[in-house]
Design a protein around this ligand. Structure first.
Ligand code: ZN
Ligand code: FE
Ligand code: FE
Ligand code: ZN
Length: 279
């Protein structure tokens, strides 16, 4: 059964909670929004804590992690939507010592690996956007993809979050430079058996485009990298937002399958059919 505004039969695997200090809405409100849109399953992936002072403004403290577990456990009643438990963990130089110990001890379904910082610069933070005007854009993107290579080599994460996040404010390298610098990162992602997400948050940002671009997604497809879908919701209305466009993008890149995940094991399924204009 479908209803007006219904989303496609795709899980939303990227959802935040107020514990990160920049999202609003209780987990049950995100779940209710997903139910109203016919989304079959959702995974909460709030910003992971660290054991250092790395970017404390945008994540729960380590001492709040039990509260996060409890919040999600409380709404894991039978669906739809099924509720999965995950985290968006930052990759940065030196993150490995903590994550190697901590991640395997948690009952996660999904661990997203994301890069939000180049050295001390939060390059996707609107408050630090002006820095883009002072840097070499292509060199900056190259540093970013070098961090993605390192992220993949750790084997700590299931997917890469928002693979071309540096485009958020529409500062971009040439297509040729992008292909040359992203190739090694995509190779490392494929070697690690990792997936990537089609993250629709970019539609709500200045760039106005899903992460990753069609070109990147096509190169990922060529390497057999599996995909999932995420809204990167920071408020309940964001859940499932942009998924019809994301499905179109997946087909345009040549994908016919996506994966669902449980306890960090991926299972491939056929993509749902493209919605017909009259349905
Ligand atoms: Zn966030
Ligand atoms: Fe992120
Ligand atoms: Fe996120
Ligand atoms: Zn994110």
């Amino acid at each position: 059964m479908t209803s007006l505004g219904a989303s496609l039969d795709l899980p939303d695997y990227h959802i935040h909670t107020p514990l990160c200090h920049h999202a609003v809405g209780a987990p049950e409100e995100y779940k209710a929004a997903a139910a109203a849109k016919g989304i079959p399953e959702i995974c909460f992936t709030d910003h992971a804590p660290t054991d250092t002072d790395y970017d404390p403004a945008h994540r729960m403290a380590l001492g709040e992690f039990p509260a996060y577990c409890g919040m999600i456990a409380d709404i894991r009643t039978p669906g739809p939507p099924e509720v999965l438990f995950g985290v968006e963990a930052d990759y940065y130089a030196g993150c490995e010592a903590f994550l190697e110990r901590w991640l395997p001890r948690q009952p996660f379904d999904l661990v997203i690996g994301s890069v939000h910082f180049i050295a001390a610069w939060g390059f996707d933070n609107p408050d630090e956007r002006h820095v883009w005007d002072a840097v070499d854009v292509t060199a900056t993107w190259r540093r970013y993809f070098d961090l993605i290579c390192r992220l993949a080599k750790t084997r700590l994460f299931d997917i890469v979050g928002h693979l071309d996040l540096p485009k958020k404010f529409d500062y971009r390298p040439s297509d040729a430079a992008l292909e040359e610098m992203a190739g090694p990162a995509l190779d490392r992602i494929a070697e690690a058996g990792m997936g990537i997400e089609l993250n629709t948050a970019g539609l709500r940002k200045p760039v106005g485009e899903i992460y990753p671009s069609l070109a990147l997604l096509t190169w990922a497809r060529g390497r057999g990298i599996p995909i999932c879908f995420g809204s990167d919701a920071h408020q309940p209305d964001d859940v499932g937002e942009g998924f019809p466009k994301a499905l179109e993008l997946a087909y345009a890149a040549g994908y016919t399958e996506y994966f669902r995940i449980r306890q960090r094991r991926k299972t491939l399924l056929p993509l749902p059919p493209r919605p017909s204009p009259l349905s």
